[in-house]
Design a protein around this ligand. Structure first.
Ligand SMILES: C[S@@+](CC[C@H](N)C(=O)[O-])C[C@H]1O[C@@H](n2cnc3c(N)ncnc32)[C@H](O)[C@@H]1O
Length: 256
């Protein structure tokens, strides 16, 4: 399936090609005339990348990220995710985080705002382009990189270790721990791509453990069970509706 990224005028061609380059079968096209409003597509204009779909009003990606950062940055120490990770970053420390399921990248942004270097994995082509836009356009504030890949394949192919691995899996029951509107948008992008695969969360969890130096953090809805029956989390940090299960690793000691 070819993913189309349109750009509104020729001056944006190079930028559009760079954005699309993350997905091998994506193409950057000049938006000539009226585009098909029955389909989901991405449009790059001089203000933003915009997600256009028949179901939602145009979603301005730049404003979304700008507002998200402005709202969440001042209260970082109140973020439950960061309290769950609870690793202090000293001057000159380079702590690496792997986000296995980056989505719209909101949790990755929080971790990057806290000073972590975050590698985001995402296997949906639309979202991978959106995340590429995020990492390019906000690189002066956030150390984020993105790879368009299935997390299982990434964990099998790479030997790199990460201080923290973060996992926010999709749930089989269709419920999720994101705010409704954001999750609907993610759902729409997943349904519009043809590479949806049923996840084996337990397998991904076990693969991830072998790459994790300090903490593997799994996001759950408060009503949900842990992602695996064994081991039990070392500890958990709960908010009103969600919780983060934290599995401490002893790999750091082994690796020295
Ligand atoms: C619940 S959402 C994550 C939301 C994210 N934490 C955020 O802050 O926006 C899960 C994401 O994982 C992605 N995903 C699902 N299975 C995947 C896989 N096997 N490899 C990589 N990404 C995957 C989905 O496309 C979806 O965007």
């Amino acid at each position: 399936m070819t993913i189309n990224l349109y750009y509104s005028d020729d001056a944006l061609r190079v930028q559009a090609l760079e954005l699309a380059s993350i997905v091998p079968d994506a193409q950057a096209l000049l938006a000539h005339s009226k585009l098909d409003t029955e389909e989901l597509y991405l449009l790059l204009n001089h203000q933003s990348l915009v997600i256009i779909s028949p179901l939602f009003k145009p979603f301005n990606v730049y404003s979304f990220y700008q507002e998200f950062i402005a709202k969440r940055k001042p209260g970082l120490n109140r973020e439950i995710l960061l309290q769950a990770i609870n690793l202090k970053i000293g001057v000159g420390d380079l702590l690496e985080v792997l986000d296995l399921t980056a989505g719209l990248g909101r949790d990755s942004i929080l971790m990057a705002l806290a000073g972590f270097n975050v590698t985001m994995l995402e296997n949906n082509p639309y979202l991978a382009i959106v995340l590429n836009y995020l990492s390019i356009n906000f690189h002066d504030q956030l150390k984020l990189t993105v790879q368009y890949i299935n997390n299982r394949e990434y964990l099998q192919k790479n030997s790199q270790k990460y201080h923290v691995i973060y996992f926010d899996p999709m749930f089989a029951d269709g419920k999720n721990s994101l705010a409704k509107k954001d999750m609907q948008l993610i759902d729409l992008m997943i349904k519009s791509a043809d590479n949806f695969s049923t996840a084996n969360n337990e397998e991904v969890f076990n693969l991830a453990r072998a790459h994790c130096l300090h903490k593997l953090v799994v996001k759950r809805d408060n009503k949900q069970q842990c992602v695996v029956s064994k081991p039990e989390p070392t500890y958990a940090k709960s908010g009103k509706t969600i919780r983060f299960d934290v599995y401490q690793s002893n790999l750091a000691k082994v690796c020295g």
